[in-house]
Write a protein that binds this ligand. Sequence first.
Ligand SMILES: Nc1nc2c(c(=O)[nH]1)N[C@H]1C(S)=C(S)[C@@H](COP(=O)(O)O)O[C@H]1N2
Ligand SMILES: [Mo]
Length: 326
Amino acid sequence: MLTKTKPDLTYKDITPKGIYMGRRNLLLGLLATTGAVAAYKKFPNLVAAAGPAASVPVPLNGVGKWPYSTTETVTPIDKVTHYNNFYEFGTGKGDPADLARKLRTSPWSVSVEGEVAKPRSFTMDEILKLAPLEERIYRHRCVEAWSIVVPWIGYSFNVIAKLVEPTSKAKYVAFQSAYQPGVMLSSYQAGIDFPYVEGLRLDEAMHPLTLLCVGMYGETLPNQDGAPLRMVIPWKYGFKSIKSLVKIRFVKDEPPTTWNISAPSEYGFYSNVNPHVDHPRWSQATERRLGPGLGLFNTRISTQIFNGYGDQVASLYTGMDLRKNF
Ligand SMILES: Nc1nc2c(c(=O)[nH]1)N[C@H]1C(S)=C(S)[C@@H](COP(=O)(O)O)O[C@H]1N2
Ligand SMILES: [Mo]
C-alpha cells in the first residue's frame, strides 16, 4: 500500500504554483529566522530543533473516490499543515508544524479492547490493509469558529469495530492519543490533561461517516495533522477528531473527554456543530473558512447544523435536547 512512486498529479501540483511557492519561500524564510526557533525557545525541555523530519508523508496508492465528497473548494495543503490544533506540540497555530517533527510514528500500533469479544492490537501495516482506502472530502469545523475542507483518506471506523465484535455491554467508545514525554509538551505547559482522550456513543462511532483516517491530500498523514492514525467525525467540532490514536476502548459508560475535563461548561460530550448553541464566550452562527495565504482569502460563511451532515446524522439525536446535550 505504501510506495514511493508519485501519482501523476498531487495536491501540491494542483495548488497554483505561485501561491504554493510564494508562501513556501516566505514560510521557510520566516521559519528559519523566527518560527521554528521561537517554538523551541518557548519549550526548552523539548529535544532540540535540529535535524531532518523524523517522518515525511508518502503517497498512498490505490485510493478510491468516495461518492459523497463535498464539492466545496478544498483548502490548500499548506494551510492545513501550518494552521493546526495539536496541544501536545504547542498552543500556537504554527507550533505543531515545527514541534511535531519529533513525533515517533514508527513502529505504531493501536490497541482495541474493553467490551469486545475479540480484543487485539493492530499494527499500522494491518490498519492500512483492513479495507479499501477512500478519499473523503469533508468539511472540518473547529469550535473556535474557523473551518477547512480536507480530502482525508481512510475508511469507516465501523470496519475495525466489527472485527473485534463489541458485546451488548458496549455503549460508548473511548479513544486515546499517544503521549510521548520529552517529545510532547507537559500537561502543565499545554494547559490540558495528557494523554488526550475523546469519546463517542456507540451508534455515533458506528455511523458510516465516522472515519478512521490514515492520510490526506493523497499521502499519509503529516505529523502535525495526527500521524499515523486519527479519527475524523465531520459533524462534530474539530476537537472530537482525536489525533495520533493508540487506544480504542469499548465501554459501558460515557467516557471522560479532554476538553470537557478542562472546561465542562464550555465543551460538552456531544459537541455537535450547531449554529444555534453559542459557545459561552463567542457565537457559533458563522465561521471563518480558511483560504490560501495569510488571511486575505478567508471568507465568513454561515455555520450549518451538524456541519451540513444533518441528513445523515440528525436521526441519531431524535428526542434529545441539543442545548442540554451540547
Ligand atoms: N491529540 C489531539 N488531538 C486533537 C487535538 C489536540 O490538541 N490533540 N486538537 C483537536 C482540534 S481542536 C482540532 S480543530 C483538530 C485539528 O486538526 P488539524 O490540525 O489536522 O486541522 O484536531 C483535534 N484533535
Ligand atoms: Mo478545534
